[in-house]
Design a protein around this ligand. Sequence first.
Ligand code: SF4
Length: 104
Amino acid sequence: MPHVVTEKCLGERYAHCAEVCPVEAFRPGTHNGEPLMVIDPEVCIDCGACLPECPIGAIVGSVDENPEWAKTNAELAPKFKDNPKAEKRPGNDPPRKPGNQLVK
Ligand code: SF4
């Protein structure tokens, strides 16, 4: 049961998560013309380290919490695999999307 990046990340991509993942499960890319990060479900070991790192709380701890986006993560991860690392945004950079809020 891997962790899942949700739709909140689309257009945001703070990229703090990727820095703490011990197995490099994060894959950055562009989806529908917007920046995104996804988790490769084949690589994630469910350690939980990334979950509190996202400034807007875009990660959930199980597929059951967002099955639709779990599918999106699984579909996009192989496509994003060879993309260069995403640049990290400052944690206090205001969210770009309406409805997103800083949670830490
Ligand atoms: S739960 Fe752990 S292994 Fe899985 S993506 Fe997050 S930091 Fe990486």
